[in-house]
Design a protein around this ligand. Structure first.
Ligand code: FMN
Length: 179
């Protein structure tokens, strides 16, 4: 084994051990909760599920957002002006039984998308590790972490932001999970 392969073996072992410690080791139970209108956050959630082995739950508005982008923007603006969040279907899981909850959201107007804001508003999460992953179209994480801390106080937080469905998301997730 040459020096490079020894290093690679060491790094691979280190990364997988660290990922395990966040995802499945130390008896930590984890779950991925996400919303995705056009599929980017869903792709990220699936990548994260492969890496962690965590189950995924999709948040859905009871009145789905249009597939048409402009129509979605119109509805988003109307909800923002009225200061309302959409109704969502209830989650059939006892979230109290999880230690780590990964939360996936597209960025809307620099904030967490409204279905995820509604989920956080309705769900009292305390004493957990909340791992936020967001998908944006250029604005980066913007105010999304602030939103999470405001809507779900009393937890530990980590976050990562991707452009679209993320180029090389798997590698970035591995690094994120290992630190
Ligand atoms: C209502 C709405 C608001 C948006 N606001 C922003 C924004 O403020 N900043 C940004 O970078 N992208 C914004 N976008 C783009 C989405 O964040 C981006 O396309 C994301 O990848 C969509 O994720 P999804 O496919 O999981 O729905 C917005 C999209 C929509 C539909």
């Amino acid at each position: 084994m040459n020096r490079r392969s020894i290093l690679q073996t060491f790094l691979t072992g280190f990364l997988s051990a660290s990922i395990t410690s966040y995802a499945a080791g130390k008896d930590l139970k984890s779950l991925i909760v996400f919303y995705s209108r056009s599929g980017h956050t869903e792709t990220l959630a699936n990548t994260l599920a492969k890496l962690t082995g965590a189950e995924t739950i999709r948040i859905e508005s009871t009145s789905p957002y249009p597939t048409d982008y402009d129509a979605t923007i119109e509805r988003f603006k109307a909800e923002r002006a009225a200061n309302t969040l959409p109704a969502i279907y209830p989650i059939e899981k006892d979230l109290n039984s999880y230690d780590v909850i990964y939360i996936g959201s597209p960025t809307w107007g620099g904030h967490l998308c409204y279905p995820i804001q509604r989920f956080l508003q309705d769900t009292k999460l305390r004493g957990k590790t909340l791992m936020l992953f967001t998908s944006h179209g250029g604005s980066g994480e913007a105010s999304t972490l602030d939103d999470l801390q405001r809507l779900a106080p009393g937890n530990q937080y980590r976050n990562i932001a991707f452009y679209g469905s993320g180029f090389g998301a798997s590698k970035q997730f591995k690094h994120w999970l290992s630190i």
